[in-house]
Design a protein around this ligand. Structure first.
Ligand SMILES: Nc1ncnc2c1ncn2[C@@H]1O[C@H](COP(=O)(O)OP(=O)(O)O)[C@@H](O)[C@H]1O
Ligand SMILES: [Mg+2]
Length: 217
């Protein structure tokens, strides 16, 4: 593993503990007057953000080993919704979910799917918060299953839609300026998608854009 990879790996244990203890602490302090619960909430949200970032650096350095098993996407998408809802609400972003009535079971690697969707959602949080709304959906057409993160932000110029998947590429705009990032999130999402024989599609919607992960049932 590279130096960066090793260092990132060392970040994992303390980060897990920070997340765990701040979660325990918020159970004790949930009835405290503001701003105590609010501050704790931010600590938790930011620890989770840092955990995702470390996970991205690790994946970028060393492709992860897949663990293919039956994954219920109907349940997974609800879990992701629960995780992100408070983080997004703290930024005045409304998260909506549309899912399937029935279980949607796909043979895939759960961690990869999770990491791809985490990247889509944290991008929407970072670059499209002015759209005030994000839609997370799970749909099915024949054997194709699609999970989409749609935002209502400023989007990206069409001619740059390919480049955003290149390593370290970040759009040079007022939205990206001042927002922390490494430019590897979407590169990793694409890498992971191809490992699980999935496909990523990006579309401009005006307003906003949609990132989809397409898998085979
Ligand atoms: N939902 C979005 N709306 C507008 N721009 C986006 C969105 N998602 C990604 N981008 C642009 O694509 C670039 C690459 O994204 P990514 O690979 O995740 O890197 P990072 O988030 O670390 O900058 C971002 O820097 C941003 O300029
Ligand atoms: Mg990103």
């Amino acid at each position: 593993m590279s130096f960066v990879g090793q260092v990132s790996h060392e970040f994992k244990t303390p980060l897990t503990n920070i997340t765990l203890y701040s979660e325990m602490l918020s159970e004790y302090l949930e009835d405290e007057p503001t701003p105590v619960p609010e501050y704790l909430h931010i600590i938790r949200a930011e620890s989770k953000r840092l955990t995702r970032l470390v996970q991205n650096v690790l994946t970028f350095n060393k492709p992860s080993r897949l663990n293919i098993k039956q994954v219920n996407l109907t349940i997974l998408i609800k879990q992701i919704y629960q995780t992100f809802k408070p983080i997004l609400e703290a930024k005045s972003l409304q998260l909506n979910i549309t899912t399937l009535e029935n279980d949607c079971i796909v043979d895939t690697d759960e961690d990869s799917v999770m990491q791809i969707l985490n990247n889509f959602l944290s991008n929407a949080e970072k670059y499209a918060f002015n759209g005030k709304r994000i839609d997370l959906s799970l749909t099915r057409k024949g054997k194709l299953v699609t999970i989409t993160v749609r935002d209502y932000g400023d989007g990206i110029a069409s001619h740059l839609l390919k480049q955003i998947f290149e390593p370290f590429y970040r759009v040079n705009s007022s939205i990206t300026e001042g927002v922390s990032g490494t430019g590897i999130g979407l590169t990793i999402a694409k890498q992971l998608a191809s490992q699980i024989h999935g496909e990523i599609k990006v579309m401009n919607h005006n307003p906003g854009m949609a990132f989809s992960l397409i898998l085979m049932e």
